[in-house]
Ligand binder design. Structure first.
Ligand code: ATP
Ligand code: MG
Length: 224
């Protein structure tokens, strides 16, 4: 569904060049849970940014459903990101003066009855009923991250890109967040970046990175 072809992301500094990602080839299959693991600075976030079109590759191509980002007209990639992708980051980026329900609706493409219904379903699925009308600062960190998940899932994205969504959580809460995301597999694919392999026990495949390069791809659950 999504594939990268020898993609690199190069940063040019005064003293030379850094390959944050070096000639990476990744495939994301429909509905799979793909883990991306590696030490700090290994290029995980950079690869996620390039895969999701948040950053333009310096070299190589990224293709989603047969069309390459590089050949897309202006605005088409922004549209693709908005309509087909969901994003979750280490920081939740919730809006402080909006309630849980309103924060989830911020992600909705249309503010209509079906989006409101979907928001309520997600609130129930993610166990946020009691918090529905609260403001972000009235929630625990784990609850905030669940709101961020609901916001990312509201448009039923084809791919959810998650960059260290569990890094600020304790192990138990972290595992709950992974479980909730893993539950979405099948409806859409999940690309999950973490430095903690413990979080990837449910992944279908795990890609390991070091110094911007993919050093191994491990198949875990016998799918794709
Ligand atoms: N804006 C930038 N300018 C220059 N170099 C950068 C920039 N952003 C990242 N890098 C470099 O690119 C490399 C990969 O960084 P990246 O953030 O992708 O790593 P990471 O695996 O996500 O690390 P972490 O686990 O700490 O989040 C690092 O060497 C980093 O220093
Ligand atoms: Mg990172």
């Amino acid at each position: 569904m999504l594939s990268t072809h020898d993609v690199s992301l190069i940063y040019r500094n005064g003293d030379g060049v850094t390959y944050a990602v070096k000639k990476a080839n990744v495939n994301v299959a429909k509905g799979e849970f793909l883990g991306l693991v590696g030490p700090s600075g290994s290029g995980k976030s950079s690869l996620l940014y390039v895969m999701s079109g948040l950053k333009q590759a310096s070299e190589g191509e990224v293709e989603f459903e047969g069309s390459s980002y590089q050949s897309m007209a202006n605005g088409k990639l922004i549209d693709l990101r908005r309509k087909r992708y969901g994003f979750i980051f280490q920081q939740h980026f919730l809006i402080n003066y909006l309630s849980v329900f309103e924060n989830i609706m911020v992600g909705a493409l249309e503010q209509n009855a079906s989006a409101r219904k979907r928001a309520n379903e997600l609130i129930a699925e993610l166990g946020l009923e009691k918090q529905k009308n609260r403001l972000p600062w009235q929630l625990s960190i784990g609850q905030r991250q669940r709101v961020a998940i609901a916001r990312a899932l509201i448009n039923e994205p084809a791919i959810v890109f998650a960059d260290e969504p569990t890094a600020a959580l304790d192990q138990t809460t972290g595992h709950q967040v992974v479980d909730l995301l893993a539950h979405y597999r099948g409806h859409g694919s999940i690309v999950f970046v973490t430095h903690d392999p413990e979080m990837l026990t449910q992944a279908d495949r795990v890609i390991r990175m070091r110094d911007g390069e993919i050093v191994s791809v491990e198949k875990k659950n016998g799918t794709s």
